[in-house]
Design a protein around this ligand. Sequence first.
Ligand code: URA
Length: 185
Amino acid sequence: MDKNNTKLLNQIKDQVSICTKCPLHETRKNAVFGEMDYNAKIMIVGEGPGANEDKTGRPFVGRAGKLLDEILHKYGLSREDGVFISNIIKCRPPKNRQPKKPEIEQCLPYLEEQIRLINPKLIILLGLTAVKSYLDTDDQMKNIRGNIITRKTRNIMASYHPAAILRNPNLRSLLEQDIKKVSKL
Ligand code: URA
């Protein structure tokens, strides 16, 4: 990655850490910018931080995150090498409620800058909140997952959120299929 882009990403990270654009800053412990590889070919976008992420300032570090890492590793991918993991919103909503529309609208420009600077070959949206926030669609996950679509010159795939898989283990093979497909690109 270009040194200047690294600098810009670090600047956004600093801005996010002190952001007060929406009320979620009042209850957060840490904003969660995302990690790790700025040279990532794949960017994974979840919904928003939960309790563990809020505590550590890192994305997907709870049970859902462990599952995501496990599936990524199975197909030769990892956040340390080739994958950048982030979220639609950077601060935890109280009691993990769904993010509200104005919170998403205030936060989305950070994600858009991250995408512009990292310039991944593919974006994976995990879960319907990420899908609806980024693609502005009402499609059901079962109808759209696993297909690569192109929007505003970006290649995008939707798949099941690992938290949904913890609730319904039958969905695991579908996320695995999608990650496997991506790993072969
Ligand atoms: N769920 C998400 O959507 N994002 C995280 O970072 C953690 C759990």
